[in-house]
Design a protein around this ligand. Structure first.
Ligand code: NAP
Length: 293
């Protein structure tokens, strides 16, 4: 079994971006990071994004509205950033409080600054095999992990568990695209799927994005499968100072014995998500510099 080392692949990409940004004459790329409220996971995710941006030489602008912000006020913040020429990318950390309609907020980000790729235009471009848009960061990270681990999806049966807008749907569309590295035969499973294990056992590449700790067990996979475990689940662990540990959607201890390649949790997909956000921000800067206004 080979471990797909997301930390190492992400650091290579970050080093490549750093070289690219240092070669930019003039204004460097800038990302606006909006975090509403003080959700502890969001605090740590935004901090990581800010730190990685600084490492690359991307400017970040941190905007921290209170938990009580109204939908209209958040919309105004986004509109102001859309109009600000010195901002290349806008990310609003999910989850947002319940008075905010997340989808509407994502749709309100100017497509050319939608570096999280969750707006209608950029999701549509994925369906159209159009590379000018921004692929949302976790699915983009999965494709980069596969490419850099020499996994070509052509002719492979790719089974995705999960159909969220954030992960399941876009990764299925990317795996399906008619282009080098993709060209997979894709099956999407979800909570309404009957006899899930019979389908997952057919997978050459299994992508689990469910949000249930250790859900995929050894009896659900075939020998030689490539496993991408997207899940990040906190499970109680009294031996840890924090009181919890992180685990994926795949039972690593048993499934790794059968897999040809597998991502760990943590250290697999997670670091790639941040690296892809940075790659999208550099791309947004490049496109906006070539094509201002
Ligand atoms: P989500 O929106 O909750 O979607 C979960 C999907 O899994 C849904 O489509 C759901 O089906 C399906 N599902 C749930 N239980 C199932 C079951 N028993 N059998 C088959 N399908 C089942 O979650 P998400 O945003 O996609 O995230 C999934 C996981 O990835 C979470 O653990 C999240 O923390 C993690 N994640 C990690 C990163 C990263 O950077 N590493 C990024 C994003 C997400 P229905 O549609 O039928 O409800």
């Amino acid at each position: 079994m080979n471990l797909i080392d997301g930390n190492q692949i992400a650091s290579t990409i970050i080093a490549e971006l750093k070289a690219e940004v240092s070669a930019i004459n003039g204004r460097k790329p800038c990302i606006a990071l909006i975090r509403v409220g003080e959700d502890p996971a969001s605090v740590s995710y935004v901090r990581k994004k800010e730190k990685t941006a600084a490492e690359i030489g991307i400017e970040s602008r941190i905007i921290l509205p209170p938990e009580t912000i109204s939908h209209a006020e958040l919309t105004r913040i986004v509109s102001d950033l859309n109009a600000d020429d010195t901002v290349d990318g806008i990310l609003i950390q999910s989850p947002m409080p319940k008075q905010i309609d997340e989808l509407l907020i994502f749709r309100g980000i100017a497509p050319e600054k939608d570096v999280d790729g969750l707006g209608t235009m950029n999701l549509g471009k994925v369906a159209q095999d159009d590379d000018t848009g921004f692929v949302s960061c976790t699915p983009a990270g999965i494709m980069a992990l596969l490419a850099r681990s020499h996994v070509d999806l052509k002719g492979k049966h790719v089974v995705v568990i999960g159909r969220s807008l954030l992960v399941g749907k876009p990764i299925a569309l990317l795996a399906l695209q008619k282009k080098a590295g993709a060209n997979g035969t894709v099956t999407i499973c979800h909570s309404g799927t009957s006899n899930l294990a019979a389908i997952t056992r057919q997978a050459d590449v299994l992508i689990a994005a469910i949000g249930r700790p250790d859900y995929v067990t050894a009896d659900m996979v075939k020998p030689g499968v490539v496993i991408i475990d997207v899940g990040v689940n906190r499970v109680p662990d009294t031996t840890r100072k924090s009181g919890y540990r992180l685990t994926g959607d795949v039972d690593f201890s048993t499934v790794s014995k059968l897999a040809s390649q597998i991502t760990p949790v943590p250290g697999g997909v997670g670091p790639m998500t941040v690296a892809m956000l940075m790659r999208n921000t550099v791309k947004a800067h490049r496109q906006r510099t070539v094509n201002p206004g």
